[in-house]
Design a protein around this ligand. Structure first.
Ligand SMILES: C[S@@+](CC[C@H](N)C(=O)[O-])C[C@H]1O[C@@H](n2cnc3c(N)ncnc32)[C@H](O)[C@@H]1O
Length: 278
């Protein structure tokens, strides 16, 4: 198994822990039922990992906004333990594509099926390495329509890509995105790989044989030449309640929330249309 895939059961445990709280900001019954699969150390779970919870919430909000506009397909890049297809919020005809390395999502699917938990929408698995161009044809062959608007989700993925790998991926995503498409992702800031605040996280990840590649100082500026209209909030904005996506972020989620960007972008259908400007 590639080391990068070993971060997955950790993510599911974090989401399960949050979703089980009475004051949870995410709904994830499937994660709760999968929480036992992981071999996650207490140290990893003690680390608050707010970014995992917040990105899920932000992604859910983008999906909800898009489905209300009639969008009927989403692609989860580096899907891993993503359980969104198993929540009742998605319409039955919605196509939810999950892309990850071969075999990476299989355990999740089989454990959930054994537990009698089935996707609410059409869940389609595409087993590919996103650094290799073959993923595009594989996605198209599996029923993806590039003439329809899409929600692209890259949750916990871009940390593992170099800037040149990210630029290539973004060119490919853009070529497959019709107007009205949306993109939601999180990524480390320019200090992410060196800041003392992320040292424990980097250490925990390194123990799994994984290395974060590089962060980004200005995601909005990075996306502009690709033709995306972007809104980005830094962890500092969220901690200071300057994020209009989630008013008054719970205090417990501000703990250890550092050096991360949460980004939402759209391919406008018209010059005035934007995901934040109704
Ligand atoms: C930290 S996990 C995040 C999983 C899930 N999206 C979430 O938010 O819980 C990162 C996922 O990205 C996948 N991944 C990393 N590099 C990849 C690549 N080059 N191609 C496809 N998947 C990749 C890993 O296998 C893993 O499942």
């Amino acid at each position: 198994m590639r080391n990068v895939t070993r971060t997955d059961e950790w993510m599911i445990s974090v989401r399960a822990k949050e979703a089980a709280r009475p004051d949870a900001i995410i709904t994830d019954p499937a994660a709760i039922s999968l929480a036992h699969i992981g071999n996650v150390t207490n140290v990893a779970l003690q680390y608050s990992h707010s970014a995992v919870i917040l990105r899920r919430r932000f992604g859910d909000d983008v999906i909800a906004e898009s489905t209300s506009r009639g969008v009927r397909q989403a692609v989860s890049l580096g899907a891993g333990s993503d359980t969104r297809a198993y929540t009742s919020a998605l319409p039955g005809e919605f196509k939810y594509f999950e892309i990850d390395f071969p075999g990476q999502t299989a355990i999740k699917r089989s454990l959930l099926a054994t537990a009698g938990i089935n996707p609410y929408c059409k869940l389609i698995t595409v087993e590919q390495d996103l650094r290799k161009p073959a993923w595009i044809q594989a996605l198209l062959n599996s029923g993806f329509r590039c003439d329809l608007p899409t929600v692209w989700l890259a949750e916990g993925l871009f940390y593992f890509f170099t800037r040149s790998e990210l630029c290539l991926l973004m060119r490919q995503i853009t070529a497959l995105s019709s107007h009205g498409s949306r993109l939601s992702f999180d990524i480390g800031d320019a200090d992410f790989c060196t800041a003392p605040q992320t040292a424990l996280l980097r250490q925990l990840v390194a123990r799994r044989g994984v290395r974060y590649r590089e962060g980004m100082g200005d995601p909005k500026g990075w996306l502009a030449p690709f033709g995306w209209h972007t809104h980005a909030y830094h962890a500092d904005d969220i901690c200071a309640d300057r994020c209009s996506w989630l008013h008054a972020t719970p205090k417990r989620l501000k703990k250890e929330l550092d050096c991360t960007w949460f980004v939402r972008a759209c391919r406008p259908s018209s010059p005035v249309e934007c995901c934040e400007c109704p």
